[in-house]
Design a protein around this ligand. Structure first.
Ligand SMILES: [Zn+2]
Length: 253
């Protein structure tokens, strides 16, 4: 017997939801490039290279998801949300902040694949630079830094290192934004279609921004498919400084 139309509609709708929202851990594994991050000793982070087979399978899986996110975006956005070109990015903060040109700065765990924007006071609103699809979001990060015992992590958030955060897919450029170290109260969840300029959360100091001297900033990364570790289609970090600075100038900063 065929399904009554109403049940069919529900089945289709939930099927679409399932195919665009995958577990956060799996999404982050697809988002990370050639290496996978692990913490076998609690606080110490190590990078384990993925095998060629894992990389190829990951690229294929990601491309399938991207096709689903693009049609989800097109269906949800309709005529009301325009695709955002690089020249039209919104500045990712409601406050001016101190925009650091610190992409690729050396760090103990490798070059810094992102920009940092420091704010004088926590709580500045973080805004989406483009219209896109939220593909991962994590709130409720539990951890911190103690004088004795150092850094600790008890779960929640996007990851141990990112703290509370959001990963956004940009259907126009095919790129991904990562917003890290947000405060409690992330305002979006995986599957949400957001408009350029929409509030995602607020600047905080979760994740490894908890370490003394590293707080109160937005860590903003941008990746696009490219060639990494010899595999075509792997996500590769790009320096978004010029686009972010131009966005700040447009708003009169
Ligand atoms: Zn950073």
């Amino acid at each position: 017997m065929p399904l009554p139309p109403i049940l069919l509609a529900v089945a289709l709708a939930s099927g679409i939801r399932d195919s665009i929202v995958i577990p956060r851990e799996e999404l982050l594994r697809l988002y990370t490039d050639c290496d996978e991050t692990r913490w076998p000793y609690g606080v110490e982070e190590v990078f384990v290279p993925k095998t060629t087979e894992e990389l190829i399978a990951g690229v294929e899986r990601r491309r399938g998801l991207e096709a689903a996110w693009r049609s989800h975006f097109a269906a949800r956005a309709g005529d009301s949300i325009e695709p955002t070109t690089f020249e039209a990015w919104a500045y990712p903060l409601a406050a001016r902040g101190r925009l650091m040109d610190n992409y690729a700065n050396p760090r103990v765990d490798g070059p810094h694949g992102a920009l940092d924007i420091f704010v004088s006071r926590e709580g500045a609103r973080v805004r989406s630079p483009v219209s896109g699809v939220v593909v991962a979001a994590g709130d409720g990060w539990r951890g911190g830094y103690r004088r004795r015992g150092g850094f600790h992590y008890e779960g929640g958030g996007l990851s141990r290192r990112a703290g509370n955060g959001v990963v956004l897919f940009d259907p126009t450029s095919g790129g991904y934004f990562l917003f890290s170290h947000l405060g409690a109260g992330v305002r979006v969840q995986a599957g949400d279609v957001v408009r350029r300029g929409q509030a995602l959360g607020r600047v905080g100091h979760t994740g490894n921004a908890t370490f003394p001297g590293r707080g109160r900033h937005l860590h903003l990364a941008f990746k696009r498919p490219g060639t990494g570790c010899g595999i075509e289609g792997v996500l590769v970090s790009e320096n978004p400084y010029a686009w972010v600075r131009a966005a700040r100038q447009r708003r009169g900063g």
